[in-house]
Design a protein around this ligand. Structure first.
Ligand SMILES: *Cc1c(COP(=O)(O)O)cnc(C)c1O
Length: 406
């Protein structure tokens, strides 16, 4: 029974509300010209959500194209090495194109088809979301344009080539810091101009309603599988789940079906970068303030005048000034805890996990692993901790090699 003592019970299916708010977060802060498009997406998405044909088709593509379900893997040697709680990995790194992003890209591509929109645009930082979007557009025969900061294009040249191989047009963005934030601005500008034939596949649980809700729903499968798998393997729920948080899509998808299981601790890990000093990190809950960025009200790293701060992280996928509004909401309610991991710790654990498990995790996912290892060491051997390994590290090995040579 829902009770006042257990508020998360009441929230899970009542946020966001009809106006897209998660309490005081979220909402729809966009130019007038996009309101109709957002309303259309919200309406078509609500229909699709209830349509068994849509859900069956999505399930089939998740299995046949993306490779779901992903394994829940006991990290035996890492567990022994740490000497505390049993550590499991949810293996989103095994998915096609290398990360969880494909779950959402597939869902939204099907939605674009349903809305009769032949053209898709997307933004990308490290390139993972761009690659996933290029792949689903090739698969469904949709025209695809990906916006990417010029700096990121240089850093992630291989991903640019991958997208182009799959038929996407990659447009470099030269404004500002020339990274993700500017790429999103450019994608929004394109969308305003071409909204009638274009769907914008946003890559994280961010932006204006209905994106944070819709992206979360497309990633819920991560937590649903995890729950079934841990019950099959251990006969009980885990004690803690840990995930990295950029915009927050892999984390909210992983956590969502555990929100009501209040005995399960849920921890999101942000990027501590070079340390919690202005401009050196991307941990929004360490010094961020309430504000509006790119469509939603949430915690944002900004200065006194509301100008967005420079951010830094060793992992491009976590290097963003705003956090998904649903995370801010559950943090206020004390249901999701937050921590951060710094670049140097990430570099150590990247190597440790590669060596002990034969799995090279994405630098983003390694943030979650850093915190998971600290926590596991404090826990008892009969306790269980699951880390969402959101992606694989193949894209990062060159960068890590360079850093280790220094
Ligand atoms: C993009 C990315 C992230 C960060 O995005 P979220 O929306 O916070 O999940 C994390 N891990 C990997 C591997 C990514 O590619």
């Amino acid at each position: 029974m829902p009770s006042a003592a257990d508020p998360s019970r009441l929230d899970r299916f009542t946020v966001p509300d009809a106006s897209g708010h998660f309490g005081r977060y979220g909402g729809v802060y966009v130019p007038e010209t996009l309101m109709t498009a957002l309303e259309e997406i919200a309406r078509v998405y609500e229909e699709a959500k209830k349509d068994p044909a849509f859900q069956n088709e999505l399930r089939r593509h998740l299995k046949e194209f993306a490779g779901r379900p992903t394994e829940l893997y006991f990290a035996e040697r890492l567990t022994k090495h740490i000497g505390g709680a049993k550590i499991y990995f949810k293996r989103e790194d095994l998915l096609h194109t290398g990360a969880h992003k494909i779950n959402n890209a597939l869902g939204q591509a099907l939605l674009a088809k349903r809305m009769g929109k032949p053209r898709v645009i997307a933004e990308t930082g490290a390139g993972q979301h761009g690659v996933a979007t290029a792949a689903v557009c090739a698969k469904f025969g949709l025209q695809c344009v990906v916006y990417m900061g010029a700096v990121d294009m240089e850093r992630q040249a291989l991903n640019v080539f991958r997208m182009r191989l799959m038929g996407a047009e990659v447009r470099g963005v030269e404004a500002g810091q020339r990274t993700l934030k500017e790429a999103i601005n450019e994608a929004m500008r394109d969308w305003v101009t071409n909204v009638r034939n274009t769907h914008y596949i946003l890559g994280s649980a961010l932006g204006a309603h209905p994106y944070p809700m819709m992206v979360r729903d497309f990633h819920r499968v991560i937590g649903q599988e995890t729950k079934e798998q841990i019950l099959a393997k251990e006969g009980r729920l885990p004690d803690e789940l840990v995930a990295c948080v950029g915009g927050g899509s892999n984390a909210i998808g992983f956590f969502f079906d555990f929100l009501e299981d209040t005995q399960v601790r849920l921890t999101g890990v942000e990027a501590g970068g070079r340390g919690i000093r202005r401009g050196d990190h991307a941990a929004r809950f360490e010094g961020g303030k309430l504000g509006v960025l790119q469509g939603a009200k949430t915690y944002i790293l900004q200065n006194e005048d509301g100008q967005i701060e420079l951010t830094h992280s060793v992992s491009a996928g976590l290097d963003y000034a705003a956090i998904g509004p649903e995370h801010a909401f559950y943090r206020d309610r004390n249901r999701i805890q937050f921590a951060y991991a710094c670049d140097d710790e990430v570099l150590d654990v990247f190597q440790l996990v590669s060596r002990t498990e034969g799995i090279i995790p994405a630098l983003e996912s390694t943030h979650a692993l850093v915190h998971a290892i600290k926590r596991a060491a404090e826990m008892r051997p009969d306790q269980i901790l699951i880390v969402n390994v959101s992606g694989r590290g193949d894209k990062d090995v060159q960068q890590v090699q360079k850093m280790l040579e220094k």
